[in-house]
Ligand binder design. Sequence first.
Ligand SMILES: [Zn+2]
Length: 158
Amino acid sequence: MTRPSDPQAVDLSQLTRISLDTDHPICQVCGQPLHEGDDITAYAYRAAGEPAYAIGYVMCGSDTHEHPTVFTRGVREYVLTGHIGTCSNTHTQSTTYVLHDPTAVVTSPTTTAEPQIHPDAPTPRDPTQPARQEPTPLLTAVREHARSDGGSPHEGSE
Ligand SMILES: [Zn+2]
């Protein structure tokens, strides 16, 4: 049985030239600086509902380090080998590091039959994920302060 369109091939086309999202790529495991043309292993993921993949971390070499193979349910994940390339941005005159020639070495289970996803599931998938949120008490305090201070013109209880 042949599949008309290989979802992995589609994903790989998305993952080609994906930004490594760092100005100074280093190996997540040993800290070695990585340069253009180097072989790298990258962990990419795409959470449910997200339009594109993001790089979680990169490692030096071609799948030479051991890497965590913890996969998150509901998240499409790849461990990829490839090379570091650069992409110049003429607007900002900066250079973006991108992944060239990605090859999937590990793929998360394709079964995402369970739509139940914990939004704050503790996963090690992205150490740089901006997951900070305003603590609710502060938010509530701000809101209440604004209310008592600005007042609502309707009530006029004083
Ligand atoms: Zn390394």
